[in-house]
Design a protein around this ligand. Structure first.
Ligand code: SF4
Length: 174
């Protein structure tokens, strides 16, 4: 039996939407811009949660090969992790990613940006984890099928570098 590939929540979220997704690399400039916007969103989320009476417990917590953006202790004594996005609009791909960060020692998972916070339900998290298991198994057991299972989507196609896909209008080089 082949070992399951190690995939980040970010990559796995994209593969749930389209199993043939290939990540286009960031340029250095794009990476720096992203880091700056993300840092500003983190500050806004921290400030908002502190005003709501939460206690900040960790920033960029490294855990099991992932990095949890923020961890708070809420006024009702729950242990809550936040996945923080810099974009103004929170998309399904962001929800998927946040759900994939869930680990058993967190009571709640929240997806945040500079403007708002979305608490994910346990049913949604369980459903996403099940979809992640399915896509991992597809990639391991049927890699050729996975690589040609094209599911065009406005949230993945713009950053996809799959040169074989007929839906990839940019056909960017890696
Ligand atoms: S361009 Fe093709 S392979 Fe990439 S996400 Fe879109 S449909 Fe999937």
């Amino acid at each position: 039996m082949q070992a399951m590939p190690s995939l980040s929540p970010s990559m796995l979220a994209r593969l749930i939407i389209c199993p043939a997704y290939v990540c286009a690399p960031f340029s250095r400039e794009d990476r720096l811009r992203f880091m700056g916007l993300h840092a500003m969103a983190m500050i806004k989320v921290i400030s908002r949660q502190l005003r709501l009476g939460c206690k900040l417990e960790a920033v960029e917590l490294r855990k099991d090969n992932t990095r949890i953006d923020l961890v708070f202790r809420t006024p009702s004594d729950t242990n809550r992790m936040h996945e923080v996005k810099s974009s103004r609009r929170l998309l399904e791909i962001h929800r998927l990613q946040a759900a994939l960060y869930w680990q058993a020692d967190f009571d709640e998972v929240v997806l945040s940006n500079g403007q708002t916070d979305i608490l994910l339900s346990r049913d949604y998290i369980d459903s996403v984890q099940a979809q992640a298991k399915e896509v991992r198994e597809l990639i391991v057991n049927h890699p050729n099928i996975a690589a040609t299972t094209y599911k065009p989507n406005a949230e993945t196609c713009p950053t996809c570098a799959n040169q074989s896909c007929p839906f990839n209008i940019s056909r960017r080089q890696c």
